[in-house]
Design a protein around this ligand. Structure first.
Ligand SMILES: Cc1cc2nc3c(=O)[nH]c(=O)nc-3n(C[C@H](O)[C@H](O)[C@H](O)COP(=O)(O)OP(=O)(O)OC[C@H]3O[C@@H](n4cnc5c(N)ncnc54)[C@H](O)[C@@H]3O)c2cc1C
Length: 450
């Protein structure tokens, strides 16, 4: 593996006695995982055992039962896959820095490996752990095809600027993964009591699990193959039609790291999909997705209006007092109680299915800007609803999607409109010109399919 995928989080030495610990955080899978592969390489070099731990954090960024159910089922598969490779899996609960440091201490670990996540709370935990442990701690970007810090060392202005850089780099990083070999028999393996873990879980249980997608790597890989065979060939033509099921719907598995974006790209490239379909898909999967990590990595205000570009803040301020035909409170939005049938149908799908089509996510967020009293309120409402209901919520893609919709991030000024100012607007009339809005509204009132 290229050493550029790895960066140190402290300057402590690597020891040579106890196990190497991989703190799995964002990339919850065993196959196709550069962080796990790096930890396994270290154990082989030093002839040491490997322990993988995961830190279960209650109500992480407002996550509900829907998200925890997906996460825990995926982790059960991780535990099974690791057991086959004789690798110990430990599920930790409580305060992340405290528990990870305790494990390192108990095991007399030799080194700590973790995967990369640009979100603030995770950076804070890792910084605390890195400064408390007396062993080497490194971070491996197992989420992006081109490691975020290699792709760019600063916040990119737009998709175009990152696209140019990725264009030069991506083929040399888009390689096949090595296969992880089993370790020596490990007597320390103790199975996790998943029923007890679930009974202790503290989160909002009113947002129920959904059944259209099965959690875990195996199910994600099956979905990926179906997408490559059946949907990818017409992706370029149908991706913007929310009634067509023309996109991959892989975002839940990608968000939880249950499948690797690199694997998705490799599988997509190996099909006979037309070049325009493949290019359109890789633009979303690689450029847009990696741009989102760039945004969160280099902008500490990634989830607040303070992160918006100056031109957007100025135009929003100039239009702050524009009259609004309708305003809605967060409870009204949550209850799908607006005058707009398309918006209500989108919100209904978000609540019931935990998935909203990409075109509608933009429309849905932009209407919230028009119907609330400030961009600050709009952004807070969008993020609260998004992160509460979307299976793929609490993700850099969501923070950048909200900031693009409301604050012009990665976009440019457009002709002036009331309330929007020069932020790009979207309207119901515009949606009608793109797809059959009435069909979408009618379909959304049908019961959610399993
Ligand atoms: C207001 C708003 C909120 C959003 N919230 C989230 C979120 O919480 N989590 C999330 O993963 N995405 C979010 N997105 C981005 C995007 O809408 C979804 O990733 C996409 O719709 C997921 O559907 P799909 O898997 O069928 O996408 P496909 O079109 O099949 O794309 C494949 C993959 O590429 C990535 N991708 C696609 N579009 C984007 C994009 N615009 N930006 C970044 N990556 C992208 C996703 O990982 C996606 O799974 C949001 C967008 C907006 C405008």
């Amino acid at each position: 593996m290229s050493p550029e995928r790895i960066r140190p989080l402290n300057d402590q030495p690597r020891k040579a006695s106890g196990p190497i610990v991989y703190w799995m955080q964002r990339d919850m899978r065993v196959r196709d995982n550069w962080a796990l592969l790096h930890a396994a390489d270290m154990t082989r070099d030093l002839q040491l055992p490997l322990t993988v731990c995961f830190m279960l954090v209650p109500s992480f960024l407002g996550a509900t039962l829907r998200a925890y159910d997906f996460l825990l089922q995926g982790l059960q598969e991780v535990e099974r896959d690791l057991r086959r490779l004789n690798i110990v899996f430990a599920l930790l609960e409580g305060d992340p820095p405290e528990e990870v440091c305790r494990l390192i201490h108990q095991l007399h670990a030799s080194a700590l490996v973790t995967d990369f996540n640009p979100l603030r709370p995770v950076i804070t935990w890792k910084t605390q752990v890195a400064s408390h442990v007396d062993i080497q701690m490194v971070e491996v970007d197992a989420h992006n095809i081109v490691p975020a810090w290699v792709a760019s060392d600063h916040q990119e202005w737009s998709a175009a600027t990152l696209r140019r850089k990725l264009g030069r780099l991506v083929q040399s990083w888009l390689m096949e993964f090595p296969v992880l070999q089993p370790s020596a028999e490990n007597p320390l393996q103790r199975p996790v009591d998943w029923t007890a873990v679930r009974s202790r879980l503290s989160c909002d249980e009113t947002v129920r699990p959904v059944h259209w997608c099965t959690p875990g790597t195996q199910a994600g890989m099956r979905w990926l193959r179906h997408f490559c065979d059946e949907v990818l060939p017409s992706y370029a033509d149908r991706r913007n039609d929310p009634t067509a099921q023309g996109t991959s719907m892989l975002s839940p598995w990608l968000h939880f790291g249950q499948i690797s974006a690199q694997r998705v790209a490799l599988e997509a490239q190996s099909t006979r999909a037309p070049a325009d379909a493949l290019q359109a898909f890789l633009e979303q999967l690689i450029v847009r997705r990696e741009l989102a990590d760039n945004w969160c990595l280099y902008n500490a205000d990634y989830d607040s209006v303070a992160g918006f570009p100056t031109w957007a803040l100025q135009t929003l301020a100039r239009h702050a007092e524009d009259s609004r035909c309708h305003t809605y409170t967060l409870p009204q939005l949550n209850e799908e109680a607006t005058h707009d049938p398309l918006w209500n149908a989108a919100q209904h799908n978000l609540r019931e299915k935990g998935y909203l089509h990409g075109y509608l996510r933009m429309y849905w967020a932009k209407q919230i800007l028009v119907w609330t009293t400030s961009a600050d309120e709009a952004l807070k409402d969008v993020l609260w609803l998004n992160d509460r209901y979307e299976l793929d919520g609490r993700d850099p893609n969501g923070y950048v999607g909200a900031a693009w919709s409301i604050g012009g991030v990665h976009d440019r000024p457009w002709p002036q409109r009331p309330v929007f100012g020069s932020i790009r607007s979207m309207t119901l009339t515009g949606a009608r010109s793109k797809f059959d809005v009435e069909k979408y509204v009618a379909d959304s009132s049908l019961p959610a399919q399993s």
